[in-house]
Design a protein around this ligand. Structure first.
Ligand code: FAD
Ligand code: NAD
Length: 484
C-alpha cells in the first residue's frame, strides 16, 4: 500500500482542484488525481473548464468579437480599417497559450499549497481505497480518510449525428477548426450552441442552429429569452426551433467532405441541409464511467449522476462528490463552491452553499445572464411578485458604446420587496447580474438597491433603474405602473 492521505480528490477540474487546494490550505494532507494528458503525453490539470470549456471558448469569443468589431462596426466610429482578415491558426495559438498559462497555474497552486498531484486514472475501491493506473499502465493503491469524486462530465453523442471527429464534432472539436466553415450546422440552441455558433458566425460562417424544443432558452426568464432571440437572429444566427434531427450523411467529393443533415421541421416535414461542419451540443452527461469499483457502495442513478445530499456527501461516509458529476447546473463556479464546502466540512467546519443564488451566463454579445427565480417559476410556485425592467436604450453609457440593445429585469417579492431574481440581456450582463447576486445574498430589497448611489455613466445604472421601476419610480423612462 502506497501513501495514505487525509483527502484524495479524483479529477482536477474547477470542482476538484479547488477542493484539493482548499483542503490543503486547511492543513489536510491532500492528493489530486488527474488523467488528462497534453499533446506531449504529460498530465494536465484544470479539467473541461480550462482545457476545452470556459476558457478556450471565451478566448475565441473575444477574438471573434474583435474581428467583428473591426470588420463591421469600426466605421460607425469614423474609423476605417480596410479589408479585415482572420488568421485562424494564430487565433488558435493565442487561445492555446491562454489555456497553457492557466493549466500551468493550477500546477503552481498545487505546489504552493502542498497538494500532491498524481497523474493517471483513479478508481474508488471499497473502504476509501483508491487505485490509480498511471499513463504507462502501472497501478498503485492509495488510502484516504476522505475521497472527493470530481470527474465532471462529457458531451452527449446522439445517434442521428455521431461525432466523427471531422465533419461532425462536439464542443471540443468546434474549438479547433483550422478554417472558418462556409456553412455551419449547430444542433442544440443551448449555451454551447449559441456561444460557439456566435464565434464561427462572427468569423464568417453561415450558421444554422437546429433546436428540438419550440421554445428558445426555456430555462431563462421569457422576456429575456424573447429579447435574446431577436438580437441573436438579427446578428445572423438562423435559429430554427421545434426541429428534430433525424439523420446525417457524410458526402465526399475529392478532398472535400460535407454533411447532409436531415431534420423534421415543426410541421413534421423532413428537411435536408448541407453543411461543411456540424457541431453537436445537446447537453453533457455526468462522467462516472469506471470511477467506482462494484463494491465501492456509492449510489449512482441511471444517468450516471452520483447521488449526494446538500452537503455533497454520498451514501458512503467519507466519500463526497462535487461539480458536474452531481445534481444541479453544470457550471464551473457551482462546482468550485461545492469543492470549498466539502473541504471545509472535512476539516470540521459548518460550510454550506446557497443553491438558490447561482448566477449563469451565456457569453454571446450581448451577454445573457440570470440569477434567482424567473417570472415563470414564481408563477408556478404561486409566489406574488412585482417586476421592474429597464432598457439599455435609455442608458447613456450603453448608447455611448453603441450597445443599446437589451434590458435588465428585476423581480421582487410583492409583500417583502426582497429581490427574488435578476435577469439581463445586454452589455456586461454577466457583471450586472453578479451585482444582483450580491444584493440577493445580503437579502436586499428592490427599494434598497434603488436607494443606492450608482456611478454615472455606467451600465450598472440599468440595474438601479430596474430596481426603481419595481415600484414605478424609474427616472429615465416613463413608468408604466403607478408609484407606490
Ligand atoms: P471537469 O471540468 O469536467 O473536470 C473533471 C476532471 O476529471 C477532468 O480533468 C477529467 O480528465 C478528470 N477525470 C475524469 N475521470 C477521471 C478518473 N477516473 N481519474 C482521474 N481523473 C479523471 N461553465 C461555466 O461556469 N462558465 C462557462 O463559461 C462555461 N463554458 C463552457 C464552455 C464549453 C465549451 C464547455 C464544454 C463547458 C463550459 N462550462 C462553463 C461548463 C464547465 O466547463 C463545467 O461545468 C466544469 O468544467 C465542471 O467542472 P468539474 O470539475 O465538475 O468537471
Ligand atoms: P444545453 O443543455 O445548454 O443545451 C442543449 C440544447 O440542445 C437544448 O436546448 C436542448 O433542447 C437541445 N437538444 C437536445 N437534444 C436535441 C436534439 N436531438 N436535436 C436538437 N436539439 C436538441 O447544453 P450544451 O449547450 O451542450 O451545454 C452543456 C452544459 O455545459 C450546459 O449545462 C451548460 O451549463 C454548460 N456550459 C456553460 C456555459 C456557460 O456557463 N457560459 C457555456 C458552455 C457550456
Amino acid at each position: 500500500m502506497a501513501d495514505k492521505f487525509d483527502v484524495i480528490v479524483i479529477g482536477s477540474g474547477p470542482a476538484g482542484y479547488v477542493a484539493a487546494i482548499k483542503a490543503a490550505q486547511l492543513g489536510l494532507k491532500t492528493a489530486c488525481i488527474e488523467k488528462w494528458k497534453n499533446d506531449q503525453g504529460k498530465g494536465v490539470n484544470g479539467g473541461t473548464c480550462l482545457n476545452v470549456g470556459c476558457i478556450p471558448s471565451k478566448a475565441l469569443l473575444d477574438s471573434s468579437h474583435k474581428f467583428e468589431m473591426a470588420a463591421h462596426h469600426m466605421g460607425d466610429h469614423g474609423i476605417s480599417t480596410g479589408k479585415v482578415k482572420v488568421d485562424v491558426a494564430k487565433m488558435m495559438e493565442r487561445k492555446n497559450k491562454v489555456v497553457q498559462q492557466l493549466t500551468g497555474g493550477i500546477s503552481g497552486l498545487f505546489k504552493a499549497n502542498g497538494v500532491t498531484p498524481i497523474y493517471g486514472t483513479g478508481k474508488l475501491l471499497k473502504d476509501k481505497k483508491v487505485e490509480v493506473t498511471d499513463f504507462d499502465g502501472n497501478t498503485t493503491a492509495y488510502e484516504a480518510d476522505n475521497v472527493v469524486l470530481a470527474t465532471g462530465s462529457v458531451p452527449i453523442d446522439i445517434p442521428p449525428a455521431r461525432n466523427n471527429g471531422d465533419t461532425i464534432v462536439d464542443s471540443t472539436g468546434a474549438l479547433e477548426f483550422d478554417e472558418v466553415p462556409g456553412r455551419l450546422g449547430v444542433i442544440g440552441a443551448g449555451v454551447i450552441g449559441l456561444e460557439l455558433g456566435s464565434v464561427w458566425g462572427r468569423l464568417g460562417s453561415d450558421v444554422v442552429v437546429i433546436e428540438a424544443l419550440d421554445k428558445f432558452l426555456p430555462m431563462m426568464d421569457q422576456d429575456i429569452s424573447k429579447e435574446s432571440l431577436k438580437i441573436l437572429s438579427k446578428q445572423g444566427l438562423d435559429i430554427r426551433l421545434g426541429c428534430m434531427v433525424s439523420g446525417s450523411e457524410v458526402k465526399t467529393s475529392g478532398k472535400t467532405h460535407k454533411v447532409d443533415l436531415t431534420y423534421k421541421d415543426p410541421k413534421g416535414e423532413e428537411q435536408t441541409e448541407t453543411f461543411d461542419k456540424v457541431i453537436v451540443c445537446v447537453g453533457r452527461r455526468a462522467y462516472s464511467d469506471g470511477i467506482l469499483a462494484d463494491d465501492s457502495g456509492v449510489e449512482v442513478n441511471e444517468r450516471g449522476v452520483v447521488q449526494v445530499n446538500d452537503q455533497c456527501q454520498t451514501n458512503v461516509p467519507g466519500v463526497w462528490a462535487v461539480g458536474d458529476l452531481v445534481r444541479g447546473p453544470m457550471l464551473a463556479h457551482k462546482g468550485s463552491e461545492e469543492g470549498v464546502m466539502v473541504a471545509e466540512r472535512i476539516a470540521g467546519q459548518k460550510a454550506q452553499i446557497n443553491y438558490d443564488i447561482i448566477p449563469s451566463v451565456i457569453y454571446t454579445h450581448p451577454e445573457i445572464a440570470s440569477v434567482g427565480k424567473t417570472e415563470q417559476q414564481l408563477k408556478d410556485e404561486g409566489v406574488e411578485y412585482e417586476v421592474g425592467t429597464f432598457p439599455f436604450q435609455a442608458i447613456g453609457r450603453a448608447l455611448a458604446t453603441g450597445e443599446g440593445e437589451g434590458m435588465v429585469k428585476i423581480i421582487a417579492h410583492a409583500k417583502t420587496d426582497t429581490i427574488l431574481g435578476v435577469h439581463c440581456v445586454g452589455p456586461a450582463a454577466a457583471e450586472l447580474v453578479q451585482q444582483g447576486a450580491i444584493a440577493m445574498e445580503f437579502g436586499s430589497s428592490a427599494e434598497d438597491l434603488g436607494l443606492m448611489v450608482f456611478g454615472h455613466p455606467t451600465f450598472s445604472e440599468a440595474v438601479h433603474e430596474a430596481a426603481l421601476a419595481v415600484h414605478g419610480h424609474a427616472i429615465h423612462m416613463p413608468n408604466r405602473k403607478k408609484r407606490k
